[in-house]
Ligand binder design. Structure first.
Ligand SMILES: Nc1nc2c(ncn2[C@@H]2O[C@H](COP(=O)(O)OP(=O)(O)OP(=O)(O)O)[C@@H](O)[C@H]2O)c(=O)[nH]1
Ligand SMILES: [Mg+2]
Length: 307
């Protein structure tokens, strides 16, 4: 339990530092609650949630609780609930082996965000499900990128289609979709080259890939998955905006949540964008991909350990 020192008056208590917590505490217990809330708000800001969203969720639980003495754990739980409420509508597990045939899934994102690794992890799961899939090495610039995807493909027993290094990515993807139709495949997972969201030329190239795929199937690509690296912090917000605009992103994956980064920016993204969050990456191995859980994510953000 959080206990305020005896005799501490509301007047003597330290003034709340942030505007969201300015409701003046009316008791000593309330003052310690305020203090805990401030600490948690700081924690959320360092989780990359951003000051505005952190202030809003903290304010949400501050309301009506200032008269009671509540424990730090209770505050954490209330805060986790507040965050879960924002994230819950975005929780959407996806089964890529299901749906339209062939289902065309494009993976996009900035350099090094984890696109190829995420495709590899998904490919490993597909093997278990017995789906007939094709991986496409749409990152035609780097021979190493093609090799990296081939390693994952071999491991999962799924063929990998690639062009000559430097070949036109849109052309390769077009051929891949034609092949998938001809061979009656369930699924085509397309890897794309990493590109910074502010590089206009590279972004137009991605738009071209989407346009060309639509020529074969107006509903394709059926999924455009933006892979976000948790360690980039608030920059993820502008990545969502730019890739959504250029490539019509339909869903998100956040990687590298096994490190120190907590990925709080997902809460800010969930508030601003009606986009499902499908998976989180928690390591480099095939099994290190988890369906996104709003509850587990919210609890981890405020420091509640999983049971
Ligand atoms: N710790 C950790 N590392 C990851 C995770 N996902 C990917 N990585 C690592 O991050 C690095 C980049 O991953 P890639 O899959 O190559 O990223 P990419 O988006 O394909 O990169 P480019 O093709 O260069 O744009 C690799 O070393 C991966 O092993 C994750 O969830 N956790
Ligand atoms: Mg890659």
């Amino acid at each position: 339990m959080i206990r305020a020192s005896s005799g501490a008056s509301a007047k003597a208590s330290p003034a709340p530092r942030r505007s969201s917590l300015k409701a003046s505490p009316r008791s000593a217990a309330a003052s310690s609650t305020t203090h805990t809330l401030e600490e948690l708000q700081d924690l959320l800001i360092t989780s990359d949630m951003g000051t505005r969203v952190a202030a809003r969720v903290t304010k949400g639980i501050a309301k009506g609780r200032f008269d009671k003495e509540i424990s730090g754990d209770e505050i954490r739980l209330a805060l986790a609930e507040e965050i879960e409420e924002i994230l819950k509508p975005r929780e959407k597990v996806v089964d890529f082996s299901d749906g339209p045939r062939p289902r065309i899934v494009l993976f996009v994102g900035v350099n090094g965000s984890g696109k190829t690794t995420t495709i590899g992890k998904i490919a490993s799961k597909l093997q278990d499900q017995g789906a007939k899939a094709l991986l496409v090495a749409g990152d035609t610039f780097r021979a190493a990128a093609i090799e990296q995807l081939k390693v994952w493909g071999e491991r999962a027993g799924i063929p990998v289609m690639s062009g000559a290094p430097g070949a036109d990515a849109a052309g390769l993807v077009y051929s891949a979709v034609e092949r998938a139709k001809a061979e009656d495949l369930d699924l085509v997972l397309v890897d794309t080259a990493g590109r910074l969201q502010n590089k206009t030329e590279l972004m137009s190239e991605l738009a071209k890939v989407v346009r060309v795929v639509r020529k074969i199937d107006p509903d394709a690509p059926h999924d455009v998955i933006l892979v976000l690296d948790a360690t980039v912090g608030q920059n993820a917000l502008s990545q969502v905006e730019a890739f959504r605009h250029t490539a019509g992103v339909t869903g998100l994956v956040m990687t590298k949540l096994d490190g120190t980064a907590k990925g709080g920016v997902l809460v800010a993204i969930a508030e601003a964008h009606d986009l499902p969050i499908h998976f989180i990456g928690i390591g480099e191995k095939a099994e290190d991909l988890r369906p996104f859980s709003a509850e587990a994510f919210a609890k981890a953000l405020v420091g509640i350990k999983a049971p």
